[in-house]
Design a protein around this ligand. Structure first.
Ligand SMILES: [Zn+2]
Length: 436
């Protein structure tokens, strides 16, 4: 059994291995450059994402998946019909999603994956650009002793984010095709472009996807399951003063830049991204325009709790009022927009989704744990569009960088977890224990 161990609760049934191992599949996909690009008017943002998308369409067809197609915006859809016997209990259609693109931050061209077989511990020196994966910065390496670690040569990212997710889902399709005895309900498969620039999911057709729930397979460390994201808003603070020729400015000029400086100085130092972690939210001024007449600053507001987010918005408005008072003649307006909301707001009503993911991980021999994401996911947008969508680990580390890595066990255990997950939903339907 190269990939799939026996599941504890099943009888002595063995699982036939996939036609291609998840590791080989992964190594093939990471060699395809699918980097996305910011500020493009089209989806996909880069044509090269089509190379992998088209290949996935071909491979899904070869593996016997149904309704395989790519939309004009490069979203790949497929489905696998239920193989439950007639008269079985109702099993919901569940979906699996991964994204084909890689981060614009680091080149994804000419990725040369390296396998460090039977890792013995210690820092991993990569050949290119003196990149080192250190134990000091990656204490999790201690858990990977004896595993085969997959890195790049140090000149590009690896693209495990999210080709690990793509490879695990494709291997699931392969395994189900080869093991008709494995019982499962209807399954929807989706591969999306432009996740890294946040726009690809807008073109995703939830109705056509056809699932009641889904999982993005786009997480990190083995066992990590996410059902919480930030609730996120963006504040644009506009400070208006009065410009005049500086030679004749006395008593006339009101310099908005000074008011902006004071405004920023009043932001609490312990409420910034560089001073917070875990469940503590922040305000983050990240860009702006300095000008005597009109200065602006854009500030991200992030919190896991809506009440915390509200408090941050109130704080920004209060600081505005104080700053106006301290700078007579200055007027300050604060415009706040919602970016996205914590998907837990919806997922709390579907506790079986994360409970089943936990059980699937345990059956795969992985210890599951919940971790809130200090960011957003495609799943958080989908959750609010009617497709509740927690996120599952892929075994990957150091996303968006040249020291990105995954491992054989990471890829295999992710795949096993998905395989158990579809069976758990099927068992619940048959037991009549489904929560629906
Ligand atoms: Zn990702």
């Amino acid at each position: 059994m190269a990939v799939v161990s026996q599941q504890p609760r099943a009888s002595s049934r063995l699982v036939s291995p996939p036609g291609e191992s998840v590791v080989d599949r992964f190594l093939r996909y990471v060699r395809i450059d699918t980097q996305s690009q910011e500020d493009q008017s089209t989806t996909p943002s880069t044509k090269k994402q089509w190379t992998l998308a088209n290949q996935l369409v071909d491979e899904l067809r070869q593996l016997g998946a149904s309704n395989v197609r790519a939309s004009e915006s490069c979203v790949v859809y497929a489905s696998i019909p239920s193989n439950l016997p007639a008269g079985s209990g109702r099993v919901p259609a569940i979906g699996f999603l991964a994204h084909v693109d890689t981060s614009p931050a680091v080149s994804g061209a000419n990725v040369r994956p390296l396998i460090h077989r039977n890792y013995r511990g210690g820092d991993i020196q990569l050949p290119g650009e003196s990149q080192v994966i250190t134990v000091a910065q990656n204490p999790l390496l201690a858990e990977l002793i004896g595993d085969d670690i997959i890195t790049t040569d140090g000149t590009t990212l690896l693209g495990s984010d999210d080709k690990a997710g793509v490879a695990a889902i494709m291997t699931l399709v392969d395994l189900l095709a080869r093991n008709p005895d494995i019982r499962h309900g209807p399954i929807s498969i989706g591969f999306t472009p432009d996740e890294e620039i946040g726009s690809g999911i807008d073109k995703f057709d939830v109705g056509a996807f056809g699932a009641e729930f889904a999982y993005t397979v786009d997480g990190g460390e083995l066992g990590e399951i996410n059902e919480e994201t930030w609730s996120a808003r963006l504040a644009t603070v506009t400070i208006r003063g009065r410009s005049t020729h500086p030679g004749t400015a006395k008593g006339v000029m009101i310099n908005a830049i000074h008011a902006l400086a004071e405004y920023l100085g009043k932001l609490p130092g312990d409420m910034l991204p560089e001073t917070t972690d875990d469940r503590v939210g922040f305000v983050h001024p990240y860009t702006g325009v300095l000008d005597v007449e009109t200065s602006t600053v854009k500030i991200l507001l992030r919190d896991f709790e809506l009440s915390g987010l509200e408090a941050k918005e109130t704080l920004l408005r209060d600081i505005g009022t104080e700053t106006e008072r301290a700078h007579p003649g200055v007027s300050i307006t604060i415009d706040v927009k919602e970016n996205y909301k914590n998907m837990k707001e919806i997922l709390k009503d579907h506790p079986e989704l994360t409970a089943n993911a936990f059980e699937a991980a345990r059956r795969a021999g992985v210890t599951p744990f919940m971790k809130p994401i200090r960011g957003g996911t495609d799943g958080s947008k989908l959750t609010f569009r009617g497709l509740p969508c927690p996120n599952i680990f892929t075994g990957g580390h150091n996303f968006h960088g040249k020291t990105e890595f995954n491992s054989r066990r990471g890829l295999e255990k992710t795949t096993e977890t998905l395989l158990h997950l579809v069976q758990i939903f099927a068992e619940q339907g048959n037991d009549g224990t489904s929560s629906r």
